[in-house]
Design a protein. Sequence first.
Length: 585
Amino acid sequence: MRNRQFIYFIAIIRHPLRALEAFFWLMTGKKVRARNRLGALLHNLRSDYQVWQDLNEDFSTVRQNDSLQLSALMQKPPYFQVIILSGAGDDKLLDDSLQSIADQWYPHVDYIIANGHNTPTLHAPGQSPHYYLWITEGDILLPDSLFNFASVINEHTVPIVYSDEDQVTRTGERCFPHFKPSFNKELLFSQDYIGQACVINAELVLDANLDPLHRETRAKILLEAADKEAAVQVASLDKNEKTQASIHHIPSITLSRFHHKSVGVEKWCSSADYNKLLKTFADSRPFRRYKTGSFGFAYLEPALHSEPLVSVIIPTKDTVPLLKKCLNSIFMQTDYEKYEILVVDNNSEEEETFDYFTTLANEPRVRILSHPGAFNYSAINNAAVKEAQGKYIFLLNNDTEILTPTWIRDCLAYATRDDIGAVGVKLYYPDTRIQHAGVFTGIGRMAGHGHRFLEKDNPGYYYRAHIVQQVSAVTAACLCVKKDKFLEVGGLDAENLVVAFNDVDLCLKLDAAGYKNIYLPHVELVHHESVSRGKDLFGAKRERYLGEVTYMQEKWGMDTQVDRFYNPNLTLITEDFAIRTTPPE
């Protein structure tokens, strides 16, 4: 294995300036950020995936025999019917799919070849199917696929089970793995991320009066199931234990989809057909509005039925140019009228600051609150929330700039839903790279910002940086939440989390209370991260920071748990969704 010095040597040769940036972050104690930069410079998807396969996949005869024995012991083994969507007229592709079904370690299966023109061909009908699985000719089921699905169903009797998947070329090379999150309703309302590596209970298909031979049937069932929750109770954190969700995810590869070069590397996970289906779905539900987002992805936004008063809370200390830029962006870029701004002063000393506060007295929607004493971000915001007159709260950093005029309206569309907790947004560094696109716990044995440092026009990992989705947490640099819900979970922890991770803790408390935290990529701000307060690098600040890390690890198990909206097959070292290349624990 290459040592650290050699890795830096290679990085410096390839990209000297960015390698120096990574070295700076390492020297200042920000190891995850340093690894982010190195990962971006040295990442090789194909070789990483080969390493992953070598570490995680076992198709040995011993395991095959074990699977057959376990299948025989199942009291009610599910019966699968694989529907092969055909029509390309390529016999080799069809033969490859058929052979993969014949090679299954699980015996209770038949298949139908459906080409949309001729009478469907049913192979070896044994009984009525319990579950349907749709594939397209050329797709290959891995030998243990149906056994893995059957094992979950035998244990939990869930209506829908899906897994991770990859792609396979005509020459048999497997590539472009898609390691997916656990069930994510909001993500499904933008992207068919569940894909075809999915089995659905036949009763759901029959109850919906849908023909299983039609291509759209699977996606329609998934959307209906998500909309009605289909008895789905999304797993919540409760003393670090996850309850079983009714839509179950298997974090391993079961299906290799045939790789069409014309489709591109990742775009297959979305399509114009799926967008049409989303629009039809939204049109039949007045509480969902169809909108188009980045990279051609649609999202179904909740309708905003009222315009409640909003309180925007901005802690500050001096640094008037930053605060002025932040407030001016609100005044000039906000299309929502019913808001107040609470500027909370913590120990400002400069004459320029108080002169600016005097000018703000002429702004009817601005109030200046004083919170003297040692800097305690949690206490400052908690005190301001008590003074807030708005029904909804925005926690906002003084080093942010609003880019999206509809930012309040867009966030409220979600925050006003009974099932939603915190709503976060996309934040950029001043150079337009992404600073925040949702927080994922477990990264760096704590929590990391997914896709940090990603270029603005880069799709990232299966477009996740640019799609509405449920996440475990969002940053309080811009966070919207209903005041009652904020108070219900005790607000920010002013005793144990004075500066860092109080926003993550708040979101996890909301999650544990049954509320969903949402990331909105179409609401954009610039964030001059921690410019006004400085870094947590040395002395007492570093000691306090490490204490907060320990507290969060002990409370939420961040050093042992993998975020359910992430995937255990992705790295916990960097924030770039790279493939994990270390042995599974």
